[in-house]
Design a protein around this ligand. Structure first.
Ligand SMILES: NC(=O)c1ccc[n+]([C@@H]2O[C@H](COP(=O)([O-])OP(=O)(O)OC[C@H]3O[C@@H](n4cnc5c(N)ncnc54)[C@H](O)[C@@H]3O)[C@@H](O)[C@H]2O)c1
Length: 353
């Protein structure tokens, strides 16, 4: 298959793209390169050709010849979504819907969209794909709006698929330390302690980045009728943890770290997610990782590179800090376009090969 992956220079894209190459697919990346400097360790076997371009400028010609688009390039968490909320809607909602329309116009048959379990917001009961969405932030609302607006594009030639990922964890060369398990592991390793101010009672469904990549490969390999216009929660019912259990998993990988909890702070925003559908629909799909294994993987990487506190806390691996830096230094304009677009070394009208 010829596959275009947006967001190849991000945390998850850097994990997915090499596995697609290893599976025999040809891959063209598209990424504007906001976090290019953030490279933690040399952990990949292959890198893909990546077009340095904003998704808002992608053309039919850029996608010509592709069988599938996997769309990962967005402002990727709640704090980024709140930075300039108007622009979040322009990039994450409008930009993603436009990309899906462009893919359809280019004759692409599968459009795999990276949604999020955050669309469920706060929920009393366990939620599944049939539950009502209840997004609480601009980021989550955009995910729900893209699902709403891309689903009607589905027809005999165009199959969108919506992957509602749990919160990711695990090592990636383009590491993020602003997601819960990675953050707690980095904190414990570089400071020797995790001092939680809350009791850590809220539930957080987690999934390893490599299991997300595996789910995407499963969707690309599945018969069309199994995935056409479907929503899948991506994760594992065994990996719906309380935050304190995530900290405890880090503690088992780093027994010398001191981990303490505070009182309940009344912030009980929480949801439990059911992940049965992806396991029953996508034949053979199961998660290979869990929090203990992921925490150990991170600690092994930290030891190998001698991770220091400045790197852990720096802008290279915290998305909000890097975007704030690029705006403050006026490298990005108010709409988050580069004033001078870095070059990719491949033609701006390059097509998937
Ligand atoms: N990491 C998670 O826990 C998680 C969970 C659920 C869903 N997701 C979704 O998965 C996707 C990938 O997440 P990630 O953790 O790899 O994020 P990331 O921030 O590490 O990577 C996103 C990439 O997209 C690029 N990008 C952003 N805006 C762009 C634009 N307008 N044009 C072109 N490129 C642009 C960035 O340069 C970056 O390389 C996102 O859509 C995110 O919302 C992530």
């Amino acid at each position: 298959m010829k596959i275009v992956v947006t967001g190849t220079e991000g945390y998850l894209g850097a994990l997915l793209a090499p596995t697609l190459l290893e599976s025999g697919h040809s891959v063209l990346g598209i990424d504007t390169g906001y976090y290019k400097q953030g490279w933690l360790y040399n952990g990949i076997t292959a890198s893909v050709e990546t077009l340095a371009k904003d998704i808002r400028h992608v053309t039919v010609e850029d996608l010509a010849g592709a069988d599938a688009v996997v769309h990962m390039a967005e402002l990727s968490n709640d704090p980024l979504g709140e930075l300039i909320p108007d622009v979040t809607y322009v990039v994450n909602h409008k930009g993603s819907v436009r990309l899906a329309e462009t893919a359809k116009a280019a004759g692409v048959s599968r459009f795999v969209y990276m949604s999020s379990c955050s669309v469920y917001g706060v929920a009393e009961d366990t939620v599944d794909e049939t539950s009502a969405v209840n997004p609480q932030t601009a980021y989550a609302e955009c995910k729900a709006l893209v699902e709403r607006d891309v689903a009607p594009l589905a027809d005999d030639e165009f199959s969108p698929v919506f992957m509602r990922n749990a919160t990711a964890y695990g090592a990636s060369p383009r590491q993020r330390f602003d997601i819960v398990l990675n953050n707690l592991a980095g904190l414990a390793y570089t400071t020797g302690k995790i001092a939680m101010t809350s009791d850590g009672s809220p539930w957080r469904p987690l999934v390893h980045g490599l299991d997300i990549a595996k789910s995407i490969r499963a969707v690309l390999d599945a018969p069309r009728e199994a995935i056409h216009n479907q929503i899948f929660n991506v994760g594992d019912s065994e990996q719906v943890y309380r935050v304190r259990e995530i900290a405890e998993a880090v503690g088992r990988a780093l027994p010398e770290a001191e981990i303490t909890f505070g009182e309940s702070n009344g912030d009980n925003r929480s949801y439990k997610v059911n992940f049965d559908k992806i396991h029953s629909t996508l034949e053979g799909f199961r998660c290979d990782w869990n929090a203990d294994k992921g925490a150990q993987q991170l600690v092994d990487v930290f030891k190998a590179i001698d991770l220091d506190e400045a790197t852990f806390k720096g802008k290279g691996h915290t998305r909000l800090k890097q975007l704030e830096h690029l705006i403050r230094t006026e490298q990005l304009d108010k709409e988050l376009f580069w004033r001078v677009q870095p070059t990719s070394g491949i033609a701006a009208t390059g097509t998937a090969k």
